[in-house]
Design a protein around this ligand. Structure first.
Ligand code: HH2
Length: 312
């Protein structure tokens, strides 16, 4: 294990469930399976609106090796040239109506599962934690509702702070960065500080691919995962099927348009592999089996060649 890594900080305690999020493990990174219970998410919108469909999908993802299930009740699809108007904001009440029945069924049928809830609203986080969520995944990095962190701390849950720019529902592709890596790192440092000040011990950082960033910025951030690891917290990456991958694959194909969402798996895996080799230990993914097998093979290969040096 690299000396810069404080093992305590990288072994997450999610309300008594341990999640080993140390980087460069021999068996690869941990996979967070995406479960969007929304009508309009960019790649799986509308598929899991019925509680039993969401439950079946959860079972499949756990079987395929997901370490966490990330339940989302509001799409964060940004406005811009790629997706048009962007997803509308959802009131807390409606978001809870989507999430809570699913959360209840998952905790009933899969009591061993670690469940995270993708929300930036303090009211939604509070209710989700009361219903048993182990992790809150805040795509605004505590910019929208810093008080959300207090609820997370009260329940001894873990918190993901993701970098994004602008208000929820207005997370456009228009942000300009002089030095995207330095700016994202600085912003995440501030999010971690806020989380710690509220008493949250188990914090994960995420650079927020696709949120207000150009394809070039997204790729630079992915390649700079080792720099973000210097924040001293586990690093989560979520590049799965995103438009930057579509743009890269479209360019490879020599077509004027980005590759469609359902043709972005290989591109996603390639980009994710780079992040994992450079220190990401959690991967948010729609294609769980493919991702688990990719990161596992990556870990095994690196381990046989001793290329990363001081790994565990
Ligand atoms: N990406 C999305 C949503 N939540 N959370 C984290 N921590 N990191 C991410 O990269 C991330 C996230 C967007 O993807 P998806 O959930 O598939 O789509 P939508 O927002 O349209 O529901």
């Amino acid at each position: 294990m690299n000396e810069r890594i404080d093992t305590n900080r990288f072994t997450l305690d999610c309300r008594g469930r341990t999640l080993d999020a140390r980087p460069f493990l021999r068996d690869g990174a941990r996979v967070m399976g995406v479960l969007n219970v929304t009508p309009d998410s960019f790649s799986d919108g509308g598929r899991y609106l019925q509680v039993e469909d969401a439950l079946a999908r959860t079972g499949t993802m756990l079987e395929e090796g997901a370490a966490i299930i990330d339940v989302g009740g509001e799409s964060t699809r940004p406005a811009g040239s790629v997706y048009g108007e962007g997803a509308p904001r959802v009131e807390a009440g409606e978001e809870l109506e989507r999430i809570l029945p699913v959360l209840d069924r998952i905790t009933e049928v899969h009591p061993e599962a670690i469940v995270s809830v993708d929300t930036y609203k303090a009211d939604v986080a509070r209710e989700a934690l009361r219903a048993g969520a182990h992790v809150i995944n805040d795509v605004t990095g505590l910019r929208h509702a810093p008080e959300l962190a207090e609820a997370v701390a009260r329940h001894d849950a873990a918190l993901v702070v993701m970098h994004s720019v602008g208000a929820p529902g207005e997370l456009t592709h228009r942000s300009e960065f002089d030095d995207v890596v330095a700016e994202v790192k600085q912003s995440l440092r501030e999010s971690v500080r806020r989380a710690e000040a509220a008493g949250v011990e188990d914090v994960v950082v995420d650079p927020g691919f696709g949120f207000g960033k150009s394809t070039r910025d997204n790729l630079r951030l992915l390649a700079a995962s080792d720099e973000l690891l210097e924040l001293g917290r586990p690093l989560l990456v979520g590049i799965s099927r995103k438009s930057s991958i579509g743009a890269v694959v479209g360019e490879i194909r020599g077509t004027p348009d980005p590759a469609p969402v359902e043709e972005r798996l290989f591109g996603t895996l390639g980009a994710t592999a780079v992040a994992v080799m450079r220190g990401a230990s959690l991967v948010r993914a729609h294609d769980v089996r493919a991702t688990v097998e990719m990161v596992g093979s990556l870990g095994a290969t690196l381990d046989s060649g001793e290329q990363v040096g001081d790994r565990t």
